[in-house]
Design a protein around this ligand. Structure first.
Ligand SMILES: C[S@@+](CC[C@H](N)C(=O)[O-])C[C@H]1O[C@@H](n2cnc3c(N)ncnc32)[C@H](O)[C@@H]1O
Length: 722
């Protein structure tokens, strides 16, 4: 012991205590502080997390975890711990001071990055693929039939080329020039007459047909225009032919053909204009978004459209503050690591908290009579386990659904590598080593289970279709169809997840290398990155709004047992939140604004936990719905830094435009106050500073008035990259 410093001696002593009692949260919290003092932040965080596993409300552990995570640059995690602490004790001065330090750290990182990063590094349209969707071939044939029957246009028959002598061709061309000039001067009828003469002379000249189609279109004679463009044989169609065809087919509500035509138009854009001529690519996405999201929005007063920021949700009706704009169910869920010690259904996310989870340390203090009274009224929460014992469900139905949808692929009974992933989840993201430091194998706040489930769902579905079709292996079409549910989610990230989490990548790769029935699935680095960022960009945390405690209270209200009075004083504790993260297809189309007009609430959808998107401020038809991805109570600089760090965009919403960063710059004209000087701030919100009354008035009229007294939103957790 002599060679050890005082702190090290204390660590050894505390480790002895922990050895004797491995479930005491305070000992872990104390050792975490000692590790912190010794600058061993990884171990400090590990101990604090272990303490929280035994007592999620242990204040010392929450602070220790927040501090260690901050030192390790894990700002989101650090913030999440401090926030949990503030929920327990909103006036805790240590946390308040630590949060200021956290803000400073984030802002300084942001300032460093902001210098080198262009504001427009993200291009929505280039992120969205134009792949053919499974089943589109059949739909395409159907649309051809509609064209033939309803509009008497046969796209399978092209206009034959004609052989005319040079003189006639020249003659036709001079009429075409006349048509061109008439059209330019807005004399469309005259243009039509001239081009008709031209086509009459040289009927197989596709340039003339193209021109006539455009003139028909100018005149609103769209069926004639379409007949002309589809009559031009495919190899002779120019970029403008494809564009016009796409536009007309969209109008006639033949989306699969319209996509086909816009895809061709996009492919013909010269390389040098690919980044600037985005019209066809945008039109393509608008059509695709309409056909994919149409069915999802059918029952709600909203629609999805494609904008500069990708998909976005718009109101189709007046929406009043307080009402639900829409609700959504997840396509995949995974329990958030920080609450993984609490029981929730691994399939649907239902809370299964027991009396012990709710009452915590008070449980032992209740008399045996009271405990049995509670037990009698508490709803049945005994989980249904898979035989692997690593997944638990709220019902036999959920167990069956989970098996069919993904667990058959990743059940540790059949998949050895899968056990390693479950161990990492149990250890809150770490691989424990017998000797040496634990490895931080998973750097997301959400569970790696989410990624595993995505692949599990895809592979189980591909297998199902393969067997139904009596095939030895899935076809490309089958794979595409199995991947369909996940194509709705954007994926964008700039740092390498594989490099940050090589161990996790290796485990996932091994998990799916052999999926049974001779099926192999190679998770390439590229696919790992894509799926990781798909989850990161789109996840939403949610939980049961109606828990066993709520059901217990309902029963309690009906009983006349005298013991209910004795219990009362123990019933005002907050219900522990069993948090899940989920990918919700319609909700994932909501863009962010710090002056958001909707908020995401926990709620039941079809009897299972889901999300309700609630209107915060009145919304008019045609307005975009914006949620918030972050706490909007944070100052501007911090919000923007946070959004860039986690979601790769610089926010430019009204709040960001009409709030300033500090008193050294005029929020309106951006003039600097100069050495040692400060500008006066808005007396109401204290978030904007002006060099003059004139600037203050200007800013008020331009937009400050709409955000000055705004109610801020607090999201309880943003699942993002650390
Ligand atoms: C959950 S998605 C929202 C829907 C998305 N527009 C799409 O097409 O799928 C989150 C992503 O949308 C983009 N986004 C959301 N709000 C934005 C904003 N205010 N400015 C720029 N991009 C934004 C970012 O790329 C972000 O990672």
């Amino acid at each position: 012991m002599e060679d050890l410093s005082e702190v090290e001696q204390k660590i050894v002593a505390m480790s002895g205590l922990i050895q004797a009692d491995q479930t005491n949260p305070e000992s872990f919290a104390e050792r975490s502080c000692l590790f912190y003092e010794r600058e061993l932040y990884n171990q400090a965080l590990e101990d604090a997390k272990t303490a929280l596993m035994y007592d999620p409300q242990c204040m010392n552990a929450l602070i220790a975890a927040g501090r260690a995570a901050l030192k390790m640059g894990k700002f989101d995690q650090s913030y999440a711990f401090y926030k949990d602490g503030l929920e327990i004790d909103p006036k805790n001065n240590i946390i308040i001071e630590d949060l200021k330090l956290l803000q400073k750290n984030i802002v300084s990182e942001y300032e460093r990055k902001a210098e080198s990063i262009k504001e427009d590094s993200y291009n929505a349209v280039q992120l969205c693929s134009q792949d053919v969707y499974p089943g589109d071939n059949e739909l395409y044939k159907l649309e051809i039939e509609i064209l033939q029957r309803k509009y008497k246009i046969d796209p399978t028959k092209a206009i034959a080329p004609t052989q005319v002598d040079l003189k006639v061709r020249k003659d036709a061309a001079s009429f075409a020039v006349m048509a061109f000039n008439f059209r330019k001067d807005g004399m469309t009828q005259e243009a039509l007459q001239s081009i008709q003469v031209a086509v009459g002379k040289d009927g197989g000249n596709y340039r003339l047909i193209q021109m006539r189609a455009e003139i028909w279109h100018d005149l609103g004679e769209d069926i004639n225009a379409l007949r002309d463009v589809v009559g031009i044989p495919k190899p002779c169609r120019e970029m403008n032919t494809w564009k016009l065809g796409g536009k007309l087919l969209k109008k006639f509500e033949l989306p699969v053909m319209a996509e086909f035509w816009y895809r061709k138009a996009t492919q013909m854009i010269p390389e040098s204009e690919k980044n600037t001529d985005l019209e066809s690519a945008i039109e393509f996405q608008k059509i695709r978004v309409k056909r994919i999201y149409g069915p999802l929005t059918m029952d709600f007063p909203v629609t999805v459209n494609f904008t500069d920021y990708g998909r976005a949700v718009f109101a189709t009706d007046n929406l009043e503050s307080g009402e639900d704009a829409f609700e959504d169910t997840p396509v995949v869920v995974g329990q958030v690591l920080s609450t993984s010690h609490l029981p929730g259904c691994d399939h649907c996310g239902m809370s299964m908290i027991s009396p012990l989870d709710y009452f915590g340390t008070t449980w032992e203090q209740l008399s045996a009579g009271l405990r049995s009274f509670v037990n009698d009224l508490w709803p049945e929460v005994e989980p249904y386990y898979c035989s692997c014992k690593r997944e638990k469900y709220c019902s036999v139905t959920c167990r069956g659904e989970a098996w069919d949808s993904y667990h058959q692929i990743i059940c540790p009974n059949k998949n050895a590598a899968s056990s390693e992933m479950y161990d990492i989840i149990d250890n809150k993201g770490y691989i424990k080593k017998e000797k040496g430091l634990p490895i931080d194998a998973w750097t997301g706040q959400y569970s790696p289970m989410l990624l595993a489930k995505i692949w599990g769902i895809i592979i189980a579905e591909a297998k199902r279709q393969m067997k139904a079709a009596n095939l030895e292996e899935p076809t490309t079409e089958i794979w595409a169809s199995a991947k369909m549910p996940f194509r709705k989610f954007i994926s964008y990230g700039v740092t390498s997840a594989v490099k940050r989490m090589p161990e996790m990548y290796d485990i996932m790769k091994r998990m799916f290398a052999d999926c049974g029935d001779g099926l192999k699935y190679d998770i390439t680095e590229q696919e790992f990155e894509a799926r990781y960022y798909q989850a990161t960009c789109n996840l939403q945390s949610f939980g049961s709004s109606y828990t066993p405690k709520h059901r217990f209270m309902e029963k309690l209200a009906k009983t006349e047992d005298i013991r209910s009075l004795q219990l009362l004083k123990h019933l005002d504790k907050k219900v522990p939140s069993v948090l899940f993260a989920g990918m919700f297809p319609l909700h994932a189309c909501l863009n962010h604004a710090c002056d958001n007009n909707v908020e995401v609430m926990e709620g039941y959808v079809n009897g299972r936990p889901g999300v309700h998107v609630r209107v915060k401020k009145d919304i008019k038809p045609g307005d975009e719905l914006f949620t918030t991805y972050i706490d909007t109570t944070m100052p501007r600089k911090l919000r923007r830094a946070w959004l860039y760090k986690s979601f790769n965009f610089w926010c430019n919403c009204k709040l960001c435009q009409f709030e300033g960063d500090d008193n050294s710059t005029c929020t309106n004209c951006k003039k600097a106050a100069g050495e040692g000087k400060k500008f006066l701030g808005c007396s109401k919100c204290k978030r904007a500073w002006y060099c003059s009354t004139k600037c203050q008035k200007q800013s008020w009229v331009k937009g400050h008035r709409s955000i000055c007294s705004m109610m801020h939103s607090q999201v309880h957790m943003q699942v993002s990259e650390k």
